[in-house]
Design a protein around this ligand. Sequence first.
Ligand code: MG
Length: 170
Amino acid sequence: MLNTKVVELLNQQVNKEFYSAYLYLDFSNYYYDNGLEGFGNWYRVQAQEERDHAMLFIQYLQNNGEKVILDAIEKPAVALENAKSILSEGLKHEQYVTSLIHNIYDAAYSVKDFRTMQFLDWFVKEQGEEETNADNLIKKYELFGDDPKSLYMLDNELGGRVYSAPSLVL
Ligand code: MG
């Protein structure tokens, strides 16, 4: 059995990951609506990854005999102002998710829950990559976004992102 507080936070994280998927789907829809299908594709794949994260938290709870409690998923609460501002919101959101993962890690650490810490190690690394990816998108947009030809090529590049299942298997 896992610590009650740790279980509560893991359950909350299921909801947060589904919310991330929902938020990124909203981003994706914005880009598709505005003719940037590559950006739309990139965030659509990102949404699929977030759904996978939620499923991993569910699987981990179940593997440990804990009950999964699904809560309502909030409506995406980020203003979709323009193609570039969304990328900044994406980075902000990933930084927030990193803080959530660290918070669960902290709770597990405080009760010497080594199993949960080991499970979360993958997410700690993953969050580092998510923040880098989000930051790279901003940098690329800053470099190329103002020139239509370059933006077209960047959009094409992002259209090449394909979904792959997470490397963590439970
Ligand atoms: Mg995630």
